[in-house]
Ligand binder design. Structure first.
Ligand code: MG
Length: 381
């Protein structure tokens, strides 16, 4: 039995991970969340965790009172997240926090030589070079949890080096729509995803195709592949989770029902496969699967991300930071839907390149881009 630490335990991936871990009979050593202290308390009691970390200090205080009859220690802030990501008794850290906030805890886990199951794609987008270098230096495995990257990883097992990745995309709720039709999209409309049930931020990222842009960058770092060797294929049914092409043009894909429990469990049991509590795939129930080209014109964020990883340096970090704030402003109805992609594209163009950068450069750049987006777009609709 291993000791697992889950960062972002109250989110969509976090709660499903706890179900998978419970079914596998592994031990949850520590959990971390942001503001949902009610759920953190229930999770802490149910799994008898040793540690809980709350990002917000006032939430940590409230949680300490709620859990004072238990042996659970409550930590707070970025320091608390990093501390539970590097506990000596911990064997594996599953990082499913949303956004850049996951970067330092991922690095803390790697530097403490923990295996990392990574669902926090922003970590690799903003700090891919540093994260992968730290993983190499520490001999640590980074196991992808994102469904497409898990698919690619599964297709690569026992195979020769890959020539090309075919990264599938559901296309989100607005596939086939024109810019004109998307001008007045509301947050409620954008929050309805056809196939996957996920948190708000990633659902908006799916609607803008920013999610696929982030995933291209994530794939570049995880699999050491050039961006031009990644082809994005819109696949509405989300049954083929991605494919890999080899030198002989043989293509291997991974299929399954759209259920995150499969990639979560594979990251936890790798290289083994165990029974998983999901529906079985019935291809004849689907009958037909569709594949299309993405619309870069309407979904500007996607092209901006590809441009960013091509430019390298801090450009992907800028794209991510701009998007995180733009999504927040859209959800607050301060900017229209299409503005998200425009803001990301502008942030990438404005980013001055840096060949060498440190973790401090990333954090500073992230902050500057966030301030720039707020200063320019917070009030003008
Ligand atoms: Mg994905």
């Amino acid at each position: 039995m291993r000791n697992i630490c889950i960062l972002g335990s109250t989110g969509s991936i976090g709660t499903q991970s706890l179900e998978v871990i419970e079914a596998l009979g592994e031990r949850v050593l520590a959990i971390a969340g942001n503001r949902n202290i009610g759920l953190l308390e229930r999770q802490a009691r149910k799994f008898g965790v040793g540690y809980v970390a709350c990002f917000e200090e006032d939430c940590a205080k409230a949680l300490r009172i709620k859990l004072k009859d238990t042996h659970t220690r409550v930590l707070s802030g970025m320091q608390g997240l990093c501390e539970i990501a590097s506990l000596p008794q911990c064997d594996l850290v599953l990082n499913s926090v949303v956004g850049m906030v996951g970067l330092l805890p991922t690095l803390a886990a790697i530097n403490a030589q923990k295996t990392v199951a990574l669902a926090n794609k922003e970590t690799l987008v903003a700090g891919g070079a540093l994260v992968m270098e730290a993983a190499r230096a520490n001999g640590v495995a980074i196991l992808p949890v994102d469904s497409e990257h898990s698919a690619i990883f599964q297709c690569m097992q026992g195979q020769q080096p890959i020539q090309k990745i075919l990264l599938t995309a559901s296309g989100g709720p607005f596939f086939g729509k024109t810019k004109g039709e998307l001008a007045n999209i509301t947050p409620a409309q954008a929050l309805k995803h056809p196939n996957w049930s996920m948190g708000a931020k990633i659902t908006i990222d799916s609607a803008t195709l920013m999610n696929k842009g982030l995933e291209v960058i994530e794939a570049v770092w995880l699999f050491g592949i050039k961006p031009q060797n990644i082809e994005i294929v819109v696949h509405r049914e989300s049954v083929v989770h991605s494919l890999v092409e080899f030198e002989d043009y043989s293509v291997i894909g991974q299929l399954g029902v759209p259920d995150m429990k499969i990639p979560i469990q594979y990251a936890l049991t790798y290289p083994k496969r165990l029974p998983c509590a999901v529906k079985r795939l019935s291809l004849t129930d689907y009958g037909t699967l569709h594949f299309d080209k993405p619309d870069y014109e309407t979904f500007q964020a996607l092209g901006a991300c590809i441009q960013a990883i091509g430019a390298g340096g801090l450009a992907p970090c800028a794209a991510n930071a701009a998007n995180e704030v733009a999504v927040e402003l859209f959800l607050q109805e301060k900017i229209p839907f299409l503005k998200i992609g425009e803001i990301v594209a502008e942030a990438v163009i404005q980013q001055k390149n840096a060949d060498k950068y440190s973790i401090d450069d990333i954090l500073q750049n992230d902050l500057q881009v966030r301030q720039w987006v707020r200063a320019h777009y917070e009030t003008n609709r």
